[in-house]
Design a protein around this ligand. Structure first.
Ligand code: ZN
Length: 139
């Protein structure tokens, strides 16, 4: 039952990608998933208080990667660097270890929990977060 709901959420995000647009202002980064061929360009802009004023992406790839990109933009918009880092850790734990950390609300991204069992798809689900690492989280 939960699996069905989760699958519907993934298909909804993959079919109607949120924040799927280019952005002229701010910064951008091209990122390619080495294992599946999914690609994305990440766009982001900080506000004066150090919160993500806007974030968007343009991408192509498998449903899991596109759904995860879409969910990531919804989760991180308006958040601070620290909050985004905590969300990244939460999603990573969910995908890599199959565990919820409990201290962050992953929202729709909880629907990606089943990807834990699909080892070959881990990088698909983590692609947008790896792009964030490359963009600014790992600095
Ligand atoms: Zn993929």
């Amino acid at each position: 039952m939960l699996d069905t709901l989760y699958r519907q959420l993934i298909m909804d995000h993959a079919g109607h990608k949120r924040n799927h647009r280019e952005m002229e202002e701010g910064s951008h980064l091209y990122y390619k998933n080495p294992t599946c061929g999914d690609v994305m360009t990440l766009y982001w802009k900080w506000d004066e208080e150090g919160r993500l004023e806007d974030i968007s992406f343009v991408g192509e790839g498998c449903s899991i990667s596109m759904a995860s990109c879409s969910m990531m933009t919804e989760m991180t918009k308006g958040k601070s660097y620290e909050e985004i880092a905590a969300l990244r850790d939460g999603v990573e734990s969910l995908i890599r270890k199959g565990e919820e950390t409990g201290d962050v609300d992953l929202g729709d991204a909880l629907s990606l929990a089943g990807v834990h069992r699909l080892r070959a798809r881990h990088n698909c689900a983590l692609m947008p977060w790896q792009a964030l690492d490359k963009a600014f989280l790992d600095n």
